[in-house]
Write a protein that binds this ligand. Structure first.
Ligand code: AMP
Ligand code: MG
Length: 413
């Protein structure tokens, strides 16, 4: 393979440099218009301004009687009825009232609404049991939304209240950043479909399925490319297919220094590899390339390595493509419940369970941290970031944790 970098020749870069390189090379996808329903969880791609006041006219916030608060008499003749949604031409004077229901426009002549509870009705007369001031129980125009105001700025994450506002303003098809389509491809001669019975030496494809779920959780649309054999043409054709169908390609396996690790050389033939080794544990051979402007992430084959590097590098990239500005998980300082060993050559992310107790945030790891053991991720709500250069940590020491899940609180009085 003349002109292709050998797998062991990629310089090792820091996680910070890796993250920066990735984020420099991915951009928000071109905005599209979707239905209101489909906009939930998406990010707005343009400012939403109101062209109208909401409510548009003075409106009652109560069921009751529209009156002129300046009238002297406590008895008023009921001259009509103003129902929400059915405005009628009716007017109020100092000695009359109009029955009115919540949401109905205030009739001309009225400047207050007295609640039903504060009145007594008898025939066509109503007695006011309390004095009212102008403006009482009236929602002025623009109380909820003022005309010309910036209601939702570009970049807003759309949830239920935002959908409500879009509906209020008649935006039935808001412009949003779409979900990235992400091709997920497993590699390995030993890897078989989970439905198959593995022969000796074979294993079932866990990464493909775990990564598709991770893509979905990060807001993307996963597309399965199946399992590529460790052969150049199979890896190449599945990669091509991935770039054709998707915005991003993710592979698992085939990026370390074995003879049949073919992902890096194929990516290099198709585009450009920006880095092929990162000082991170797990995940050293994590690879990032671009092919015709599209990102490709070569994740390591060990199941924990693939999910941890997805969490660290791919998730923020997918969020950026969706127009999100909150790309990273929160971090917290946590107290170790027990001593932790760590090989100081790389920044290590140990899977851990955080728990709040007696005012402190405590961490314990999820047991054996070998990178094949997926159970070390089960129940974990954090990754402990153990820095390069430090050998081990004692119980009671403080380390930084990347918080990936909910933190339970124990023993609250
Ligand atoms: P590789 O980087 O291809 O040498 O793979 C490293 C380890 O991860 C090997 O033990 C593989 O069997 C395992 N592995 C690779 N791909 C998968 C996969 N899709 N599902 C589960 N394990 C895998
Ligand atoms: Mg392999």
């Amino acid at each position: 393979m003349a002109g292709v970098t050998p797998n062991d020749a990629y310089p090792m870069i820091s996680i910070e440099e890796a993250m920066e390189t990735v984020l420099q090379r991915v951009e928000p996808l071109s905005p599209v218009k979707v239905s209101l329903e489909d906009s939930a969880g998406r990010v707005l791609a343009l400012d939403i301004r109101s062209r109208e006041d909401v409510p548009a006219t003075p409106t009652t916030s109560r069921d009751g009687f529209a009156i002129d608060a300046g009238g002297k008499s406590t008895r008023r003749r009921v001259v009509g009825e103003q129902l929400a949604g059915r405005p009628v031409p009716v007017e109020v004077s100092v000695d009359t009232a109009v029955r009115i229901t919540t949401g109905a426009p205030i009739p001309p002549g009225a400047d207050a609404v007295i609640m039903v509870e504060d009145t007594e009705e008898e025939g066509e007369w109503v007695t006011l049991l309390r004095r009212m001031a102008p403006g009482d129980n009236i929602r002025p125009p623009g109380q909820d939304i003022e005309s010309e105001s910036l209601v939702l700025p570009r970049g807003t994450l759309i949830g239920p209240p935002e959908i409500g506002l879009l509906a209020t303003l008649g935006h039935t098809h808001p412009r949003i950043y779409p979900r990235p389509r992400v091709a997920v491809m497993a590699t390995g001669d030993e890897v078989v479909d989970p439905a198959d019975e593995p022969s000796p030496g074979q294993i079932r494809n866990s990464n493909g399925h775990a990564l598709m779920a991770a893509v979905r959780q990060a807001g993307g649309v996963p597309l399965s490319m199946g399992i590529a054999r460790d052969q150049e043409d199979d890896v190449l054709s599945k990669l091509r297919q991935g770039f054709k169908l998707a915005d991003v390609v993710i592979t698992s396996g085939g990026v370390s220094v074995g003879k049949r690790d073919l992902v890096k050389p194929q990516l290099e033939k198709m585009g450009r590899i920006h880095f092929g080794r990162v000082a991170v544990k797990p995940g050293k051979p994590f690879t990032f390339a671009t092919v015709d402007g599209k990102a490709a992430f070569g994740l390591p084959g060990f199941p924990v390595s693939s999910l941890v590097t997805f969490e660290l590098f791919v998730r923020p990239a997918l969020l950026k493509m969706q127009g999100r500005s909150d790309l990273f998980r929160p971090t917290r300082q946590v107290i170790l419940d027990h001593s932790v060993d760590h090989s100081p050559g790389r920044t290590e992310f140990q899977r851990a369970i955080l728990e709040e107790r007696q005012g402190g945030l405590y961490a314990r790891t999820t047991g054996d941290q070998v990178s094949g053991r997926l159970l070390s991720l089960v129940g974990a709500n954090a990754l402990l970031r153990l820095p390069q250069g430090v050998e081990s940590f004692q119980a009671g020491e403080t380390v930084t944790a990347v918080v990936t899940g909910d933190i339970p609180v124990r023993g609250v009085e």
